[in-house]
Design a binder for this molecule. Structure first.
Ligand SMILES: Cc1ncc(COP(=O)(O)O)c(C=O)c1O
Length: 381
């Protein structure tokens, strides 16, 4: 368990921010790194060609430590959707086969597959919401011979349900299905290892649990797909891009590993240093410790909320950092206003409240949320 790290963030005392699944706050040090990076553009004569490569290399190396893979397997992307689109462009699927997704899967990991199956005559196969909250069993039951691609998250984003990706990865290999992962709601807060899961592609946007800025993310590409076709063709993905004087000596060769999948203008001087600073801090804290720390607060909140009529998936089936509290009846209209007045930030959707704490939260933040839920319970009596 980590002691509260709020001092590293600029969160006012009166704010109980329990909404990392929406967007994390930027650490003061990440903001400084990003601001310094942006300022470099004021002095372009100092931005020598080598700087187009050093920042990207550091991002790749740091991301690789979080993913547990070689740095060469990491591409720099602007969003989760970009990474999923890259996977969809490169993975084979044909008529008679299917692409597996979860019920209520996040759109960025749904629409690209919808288009892909439309184009190929394949089918989309949707894992139904499991009554017992066991998403792993539901996925394993759905992994039949027709599945060519399983496009999944580590955490189902509307329930907090956790998937056992090591088992699912093994089952995919048994039937020869490719595994594509959207780790946006988990990487940095839930232990994950490419080595153990062996996905074909795995993407994460940086602005949630990687505590980074918006519009930057990482994409793991397994070695067997590194000869694939990128979404964009740009100068920096190609071999010998370091030599600015010979860029128009066009070449068919790409730079090594997953670099061919890098987005255009990947050497973002403002975003990359901020993202790297945040990932380094996560590595220093240790992902298992982050998970344990956020998980301890969520367990307390789940127990207190249960007394007020909320249910949540059992601890062993949900991600510790991600708690979705549901009520049989809809949530009173007054709740969002009450939460805003008390400066308690969570996501309220239909009959569900999503609570997503991080290491900057204290027990007091949790108590303030429960106080609002108690007031709400009194209102609905
Ligand atoms: C599961 C999941 N994936 C991806 C994203 C973000 O997708 P994109 O980077 O394509 O905007 C979100 C944002 O809420 C998400 O919850």
């Amino acid at each position: 368990m980590l002691p509260c790290q709020r001092h590293l963030f600029d969160i006012p005392d009166g704010v109980a921010y329990l909404n990392c699944a929406y967007m994390s706050p930027l650490m003061k040090s990440a903001l400084e790194a990003g601001t310094a990076g942006l300022a470099r553009k004021a002095y372009p004569w100092e931005l020598t060609p080598d700087k187009f490569f050093t920042g990207s290399d550091e991002f790749r190396a740091t991301a690789a430590r979080l993913l547990d893979c070689p740095a060469d397997c990491v591409a720099i992307v602007p969003s989760a959707s970009y990474g999923i689109a890259t996977a969809a462009r490169n993975l084979p699927v044909k008529k008679g086969q299917s692409v597996l997704v979860l019920a209520e899967q996040f759109p960025s990991n749904y629409y690209p597959w919808q288009r892909r199956v439309e184009e190929t005559g394949a089918a989309l196969k949707v894992v139904a919401w499991p009554e017992d909250n066991d998403w792993t069993a539901a996925v394993l039951n759905s992994l039949t011979a027709d599945v060519a691609i399983a496009a999944l998250p580590h955490v189902q984003w509307t329930s907090g349900g956790r998937l056992d990706l090591v088992r699912i990865g093994g089952a995919c290999r048994e039937i020869g299905a490719a595994l594509v992962l959207d780790l946006t709601q988990s990487l940095g807060a839930l232990p994950f290892s490419v080595r153990d899961v062996q996905p074909d592609f795995a993407v994460a946007a940086s602005y949630k649990w990687l505590l980074g800025p918006y519009s930057i993310g990482l994409l793991y590409v397994a070695p067997k797909w590194q000869e694939g076709v990128p979404l964009e063709e740009n100068w920096i993905q190609r071999a010998n891009a370091e030599d600015f004087s010979s860029l128009i000596l066009y070449t068919d060769d790409y730079d090594a590993g997953a670099r061919r999948f890098d987005m255009g203008e990947r050497s973002n001087f403002a975003l990359l240093p901020a993202a790297v600073r945040a990932m380094k801090q996560i590595l220093e804290w240790n992902v298992a410790e982050i998970s344990e720390t956020a998980g301890a607060l969520n367990r307390q909140l789940a127990a207190a909320a249960a007394e007020l009529g909320f249910s949540s998936p059992p601890d062993h089936l949900r991600a510790p950092h991600y708690l979705c509290l549901r009520r049989a009846t809809s949530i009173p209209r007054e709740l969002p206003e009450m939460l805003a007045r008390e400066k308690v930030f969570v996501s309220v959707r239909g009959s569900s409240i999503r609570v997503a704490p991080h290491v900057y939260n204290s027990a007091t933040d949790g108590e303030r949320l429960i106080a609002c839920l108690k007031q709400m319970a009194n209102l609905s009596r």
